[in-house]
Design a protein around this ligand. Structure first.
Ligand SMILES: C[S@@+](CC[C@H](N)C(=O)[O-])C[C@H]1O[C@@H](n2cnc3c(N)ncnc32)[C@H](O)[C@@H]1O
Length: 300
């Protein structure tokens, strides 16, 4: 019954951590193709409820189909999870038994040739998960000054060659705007002195700059912080928050927020160390290799 195109990451260890009543209210902040929601929703009865959020209409369309057969109530909103407060108000749900966020993007978004999230194919440098956002990655490369570009690449990509990459971007855009993934990848290759023939096997070297721009375009760290601030007031006592991260910047933010609220007596950690995928899951779903899941339970 699971979605064939998107395999939900760390789904089994997540289910193992939770005891949910049949009438639970579950908020899936990152609906995607509905993989996690389908699994969780199939455990709910007719009085249970899933409130799903996603910024991407294509993901929402897919999730609607996938979740259509569930017995529980399903309400879907095209909203950023930073607005969880207003979505729950609109949905008439005061608090939830589980709030889940499986961050980042689905493989379908990565492969979408309009979005420019991957440098494996040549595509326009858009990178917006939500096309209602006004600024694309190409806009940032066109208009930000060299220091701002270097800071973005350093902070969000943890890229040590950020200054050299920014300098080359500025040099190149004097001749022609940088508008495609291939152009940006070529600049990173040049700035880092990578051997072109080895680009594929050293793709992590290029991925850091792409990650940086994606984070900047979608304000990923800011919206994550806002979500985490809102969680305690939107969880029932005994309710769970589970966040799956895919890179160290978002993992650090989640770790710090959960730790702080544990110290304040608000949360109990259900994962002393983050849960990672088993060898078997990594083999079945390579995307799960970098996933880390943290789960807390609200105490008061
Ligand atoms: C990794 S996928 C989720 C997959 C889902 N758990 C499943 O099993 O099918 C992440 C989804 O979150 C969405 N997304 C990313 N950032 C978001 C945000 N700030 N607010 C709402 N949705 C977001 C993306 O559009 C994408 O569809």
């Amino acid at each position: 019954m699971l979605s064939e195109e998107h395999i939900p990451v760390l789904a089994e260890p997540l289910i193992e951590k939770l005891i949910l009543p049949a009438d639970a209210v579950i908020v899936d902040c990152t609906l995607g193709h509905g993989g996690h929601s389908l699994l969780l929703g199939s455990r709910l009865g007719p009085n249970g409820r899933i409130i799903g959020l996603d910024v991407d209409p294509e993901s929402i369309k897919k999730a609607r189909d996938v979740l259509a057969g569930l017995e529980c109530r399903v309400d879907i909103y095209r909203e950023n999870f930073s607005r969880i407060d207003s979505v729950m108000e609109l949905a008439g749900a005061e608090s939830a038994d589980l709030i889940l966020a499986d961050l980042g993007f689905c493989s379908a978004q990565l492969e979408n040739t309009e979005r420019g999230l991957s440098f494996e194919q040549n595509m326009p440098l858009d990178m917006r998960l939500d096309e209602r956002l006004e600024v694309t990655a190409a806009d940032i490369l066109k208009s930000e000054d060299e220091n701002v570009l270097a800071d973005i690449i350093y902070r969000f990509g943890e890229e040590r060659a950020s200054r050299r990459i920014a300098r080359l971007i500025v040099e190149q855009r004097k001749n022609k705007p940088i508008t495609t993934t291939a152009e940006l990848a070529a600049i990173v290759v040049r700035a880092k002195g990578l051997n072109r023939r080895w680009v594929k096997s050293r793709s992590k070297e290029i991925a850091q700059t792409f990650q940086a721009l994606r984070i900047a375009v979608n304000h990923e760290l800011d919206v994550l912080e806002r979500l985490l601030e809102n969680l305690p007031s939107r969880l029932k006592t005994g309710g769970y928050a589970a966040v799956i991260t895919f890179h160290s910047l978002e993992a650090r933010i989640v770790k710090q927020s959960f730790k702080q609220l544990e110290k304040a007596g608000v949360y109990e950690a259900l994962t002393k160390k983050p849960i990672t995928a088993s060898q078997d899951e990594c083999r079945r779903n390579p995307r799960s290799r970098s996933a880390q899941m943290r789960v807390v339970c609200k105490k008061m």
